[in-house]
Design a protein around this ligand. Structure first.
Ligand SMILES: [Mn+2]
Length: 354
């Protein structure tokens, strides 16, 4: 069973004040071509098709065009679930009709279900907060994402035979980016990878970096959606349940990069259409630096001065432990080192929080 797995398209996303729609369309054309060429038996889109619950009209058109292309050019059924950015009800529109054409949309909990393809059952779980699961299923009384997803998988999963889970969730231990909207405060939104025990594969959405956790995998997002993703390589996953997993890298129309250098050197460098974040190495501030860089780099997204950044990191203690951050804070506020007694007073709170 060969499955083409993608997720987190976030159609309609805006970066800075720039619409990414043309870039998304460019990627989706490649995705459809890839689906035609690789001939998967199932195509999975694991949530966050749109960036917002009420997406812009041109994003709706792009999704409509893409799903039309996909279902007319590929014989494989397409299974898509909602993510935390999608409107569940809106994604459900027309779902019962579209099923007859091989497009299986699972927007809200009421539509959660199983698509049987050959010898494999695809258990599609739309994104749902624990409270929504409680109101849809009186038998569920839990409060957390882990037990809610475990309950739904248990409810839906056929008693026997091979099964694949499709979900939009934060699996504990997964690597985050800055473009995912947190599901809950702290670790309350996490699920343990063991909820997928017994499944041949879990096709996941939510984390934007492609990564594998046990039998679960995030295909990653369609494009780089934040500065923190500049070094990531976005891809689509082709998994063969009876064989190997392949990653296909799609080429973006414009890359998203972080560039560092002196202002004059950057002004003199060849122009670029990429999405760019700048770190200026100049010792002093430069008037209108952002505006002057934007003249040369139309996809300018932001800049910072390395010196100012280093100074703020010294104060806020970025990448430091909570204890070190407290010591830095105390030094900043009180002008002296925190004593061992003072550190001992706060230490238990940090432990409890972690
Ligand atoms: Mn997402």
């Amino acid at each position: 069973m060969r499955i083409l797995h993608t997720a987190d398209w976030h159609l309609g996303r805006i970066l800075g004040n720039l619409s990414l729609l043309d870039d998304q369309a460019y990627m989706l054309r490649q995705f459809v071509d890839l689906a035609v060429e690789t001939r998967p038996e199932v195509i999975v889109i694991a949530g966050d098709l749109y960036d917002r619950s009420v997406p812009p009209a041109d994003a709706v058109t792009l999704l409509d065009d893409t799903l039309h292309e996909l279902t007319s050019r590929c014989p494989a059924p397409v299974i898509a679930i909602s993510g935390n950015h999608d409107s569940q009800q809106r994604l459900d529109f027309g779902a019962r009709l579209l099923r007859h054409r091989g497009l299986h949309l699972f927007g809200s909990l009421g539509s959660a279900g199983v698509v049987q393809v050959g010898d494999t059952a695809f258990v599609a779980v739309p994104f749902a907060e624990p409270a929504a699961v409680r109101s849809a299923f009186p038998a569920y009384t839990g409060q957390d994402y882990h037990s809610a997803l475990a309950f739904l998988l248990q409810q839906l999963r056929p008693a026997a035979g091979r099964a694949v889970a499709i979900a939009h969730a934060f699996v504990a231990g997964g690597g985050e980016s800055d473009s995912e909207r947190p599901l809950a405060v702290g670790t309350a939104g996490h699920v343990g990878v063991e909820v997928f025990a017994g499944f041949a594969y879990a096709a996941l959405g939510h984390l934007h970096r492609p990564q594998t956790l046990g039998n679960a995998r995030y295909s990653g997002s369609l494009l780089k959606y934040s500065k923190s993703e500049a070094e990531q390589r976005k891809s689509v996953t082709l998994v063969d349940l009876d064989g190997a997993t392949e990653e296909f890298v799609l080429t973006p129309r414009r890359d998203l990069r972080c560039v560092q250098g002196a202002f004059d050197a950057l002004r003199a460098a060849p122009p670029s259409q990429d999405y760019l974040y700048f770190t200026l190495t100049d010792p002093g501030l430069i008037p209108n630096a952002a505006q002057r860089l934007r003249e040369i780099y139309p996809q300018f997204l932001g800049l910072e001065f390395r010196k100012a950044k280093e100074a703020s990191e010294r104060i806020t203690g970025k990448a430091a432990s909570p204890g070190e951050m407290f010591a830095g804070f105390w030094r900043h506020v009180a002008g002296e080192e925190a004593t061992a007694e003072q550190q001992a007073v706060v230490a238990p709170f940090f432990e409890e929080a972690q």
